[in-house]
Ligand binder design. Sequence first.
Ligand SMILES: [Zn+2]
Length: 340
Amino acid sequence: MHIFRNDTHLQHAPVHEFYDGALIPPFESAERARIIDRALDATGYPIHETISGIPESLLTRIHTHDYIHYLQHIYARWCTAGGATEAVLPSTLAVRWMHRHSPHPLAEPGYYAFDLSAPIVAGTWQAARDAASMAYSASLAVVNGAPYAYARCRPPGHHAGSDMCGGYCYLNNAAIAAETALARGRVAILDIDIHHGNGTQQIFYARNDVTFVSLHGQPEVMYPYFLGFADEHGVGSGYGHNRNIPLALGSDDATFLRAIDDACAYIQSQHVHTIVLSAGFDTYAGDPLGGFALTRDCYVHIGRRCAALGLPIVVVQEGGYAIEALGDNLVALLHGISGV
Ligand SMILES: [Zn+2]
């Protein structure tokens, strides 16, 4: 299990987020990465801390040129236009019949976001770019023959669509890992975060080279609410390559593992050559943004069942906000995969 991480994420440190009407310190914090690193340091897995950079041409196969340009420059433009220096956070969102594009620096954030939980600060672009770069490096390691690799991405990525940020996500790290792994042939992304990977689904919805399968809380009662239903199968040549498995709040190890078996059987039917695992740990019992009741042991079993597919696996860090348990939960998953 090769570990990829870097500390650029420290530059992404928003001071607050809106959460169900309240202005609070963000759940998604640098402390998460620190706890993970401490647990990883004790494993003996080889750790790669260099930043390779990421080809622009790879980024723009996943995200639009205009969105990348927006992320790179919006903080400075926003401040110059009189926006609060704490963070770029829109007051108005482009939704349904009101979605014309306005290039004004105070308007664009509402065009390129679907919620208020992806504030952009001075270092957000650099952090998101280097997180994507880690996903790229981990995937490249697998393309070059490593059986398993893990990218400690922060900020996470699975809510980011081709031209939209939200849910703490800016660039879709798992999508970038999948695009990279196409060098080995078809890819499946298995998303086990409790929140539906709406961005990943959108990016690959009309494609048949990357299959997306997601286990998550029922969207009727769980963020991001407006996507992730069981009847979303893909469109055009992507039809039949998208699978959502929504689960009830309170789901436990047994329920989740049954769904994992279901997902693994589906992946097998897709004849893929690499698995990208969007690994969120907010399924853990007591997670402040969760609602499932998984134990640590469950992550070992998830890892084993994924490994039993006999394919290389790129693990990409997504959510997980029960911070004290996060590092040990991750290590449980990685040990399950690598058979430690
Ligand atoms: Zn999540």
